[in-house]
Design a binder for this molecule. Sequence first.
Ligand SMILES: Cc1cc2nc3c(=O)[nH]c(=O)nc-3n(C[C@H](O)[C@H](O)[C@H](O)COP(=O)(O)OP(=O)(O)OC[C@H]3O[C@@H](n4cnc5c(N)ncnc54)[C@H](O)[C@@H]3O)c2cc1C
Length: 437
Amino acid sequence: MNLKLDDFLHESQGWTALLPQRPALKVFSGKRRVSWAVIGAGFTGLAAARRLAQLNPSDDIIMCDARALAQNASGRNSGFGVAISDFSGKFCRDQTGSYQRINRINQAGLSQLRQLVQSHQINCQWRQTGTYRAAADCRAIAGLEDHLRYLDALNVAYERLGTDDLSQRLGSSHYHCGFKIAHGALMQPAALVFGLADSLPPNIALFENSPVLQITRGSTVELQTPGGEITADKVVIATNYEAPRLGVTRARVLGSTLSGSVTQVLSDEDFAKLGTEPTWGLLSLHSGGATVRLTQDRRIAIRNTAEFHGGMLLSQHQLSRRRRLHRKAFDARFPQLAHVPFATSWSCVEGLSRNGTNFFGRQGETLYYAGGYNGSGISRGTAFGTALAEWAMGGHSQLIADCLASPAATWLPPRPILDVGAWFTVRKRFAGVGKDR
Ligand SMILES: Cc1cc2nc3c(=O)[nH]c(=O)nc-3n(C[C@H](O)[C@H](O)[C@H](O)COP(=O)(O)OP(=O)(O)OC[C@H]3O[C@@H](n4cnc5c(N)ncnc54)[C@H](O)[C@@H]3O)c2cc1C
């Protein structure tokens, strides 16, 4: 498959628009021979490159991303560092071992990010605030007990909350019931991506707007970019749902397009109309429901649409229509703030698999790949990227064993059959969402 530069369109709304502008990184040009090349600079690629550089301090490592830094799912997500994942489907007690394994992976990634944020003083509004889960409509309300059974089985402490508790803490009486767990972190995702990239070890050269268009494998691996050629001994592919476009892995993850909006900074007067918690993050108990946050810099972020759009971002026209849905959901939750405008709205594509799992593997001794985390990729992508690097270097650890034990995302059919299946999958995810949207 021959990719072109134009196959990697992006735009710069969302969390990056709220940060000071940064000088662009270099675009790759010329010819380079390196030990390792990492394709994709999201959480997976950044973690893999960092670990490879630590393990091979005298080797040169090249990292190329097709887009500008942070204009990917890693820089454009909702900013929940997940420690305790949702179970997929109904809670099954006999799956407890598998839930624990997934949560060990999450927590390994989260703890690594926390240490990096602290040691490099990354200014990304990182807060270990825990996580709220709540329900407004009957289907999600009915799911509450199942969630609590899951937490009990994992020995995760929670605080059960009713409408009044949630209203007093969050300033929204929209929710009927929910709970809070102490696990999980919140952050400004684009600021975290920038901080991680800025603190990479010096033997990594990171290039943006430098897509790998073709991979040719022999005794070494040749990577073709628009500006030149990289020859690497080994390559990490951390390109999420776009991995199959490089023609070396089969499609296991489809791109689901999500959209959200963030308000401008609330005035003191508006901030006082909210609850007692100065910063918080709430995930719906319905898997198709809204994610809502009060950021540490006093903005409210809401993400509440997901659809299959061929793995593409929404057009400006489509986004402005989705913004009306964000607004409706915002006003329903915070009628006292109905006058507060959104500062930015954006869409972004996440990797979803049919069976709710991801991929982690290799081809021969030269190509290694991981990705597709179904909405929990901040912590999990970091852990999988680290494990991939260590595994590629012949390492053994609990984390590698946990990643290898993850059932592989099942293969997807080619388009157009995929489009029909994906449309139904996303539709199913929204069934009965009601007031939780
Ligand atoms: C709107 C939204 C909200 C989300 N909310 C959360 C959340 O709150 N918490 C959470 O944990 N997860 C969330 N997720 C999921 C999470 O963002 C992803 O799982 C995670 O960022 C994936 O990281 P990654 O590094 O594997 O992939 P990505 O961040 O997608 O990075 C892959 C990179 O590969 C690059 N690439 C692709 N092809 C090529 C090529 N040929 N050459 C060079 N580069 C290439 C892309 O440009 C991209 O930068 C959300 C996702 C979305 C879209």
